[in-house]
Design a protein around this ligand. Structure first.
Ligand code: ADP
Ligand code: MG
Length: 112
């Protein structure tokens, strides 16, 4: 899942709720500084944040491929890695909408 949207629109919050749904009891925090967190749930989850990366090569260095095997991989600020993401990526775009928030889910970057 590639989560796009401005700061504060709910990307980390969405991931926290997803992890809770999968039975992960650990505290799920923003990976902005550590870049990647791994969680064991009924389905394991990788939670990554590419905000601080400046080149897609850095994504490869992080081991993106292994990161995505047999698990749900959630990536905040995924734009730098768009060309590396698999076909079955769900693109979710978060937006502020007045007092509320809105999320658009799409199977390709263009629709989101
Ligand atoms: N759908 C939501 N309902 C209630 N609070 C939310 C929701 N989405 C985000 N928040 C709150 O807004 C703040 C910023 O959200 P966060 O998920 O950290 O944003 P992002 O990761 O997109 O920068 C957090 O305090 C979070 O708890
Ligand atoms: Mg975040």
């Amino acid at each position: 899942m590639a989560l796009s949207g401005e700061l504060g629109t709910g990307k980390t919050f969405f991931t926290q709720q997803l992890c809770r749904f999968l039975g992960i009891e650990e505290n799920v925090s923003s990976p902005s500084y550590v870049l990647i967190n791994l969680y064991k749930g009924s389905i394991p989850v990788t939670h990554a944040d590419f905000y601080r990366l400046t080149a897609w090569e850095e994504v490869l260095e992080l081991g993106l491929d292994e990161m995505m095997e047999n698990r749900i991989t959630v990536i905040e600020w995924p734009e730098i890695a768009f060309d590396l993401l698999p076909e079955n990526t769900l693109h979710i775009r978060f937006r502020f909408s007045g007092e509320a928030r809105e999320a658009t889910i799409n199977s390709s970057v263009k629709g989101a």
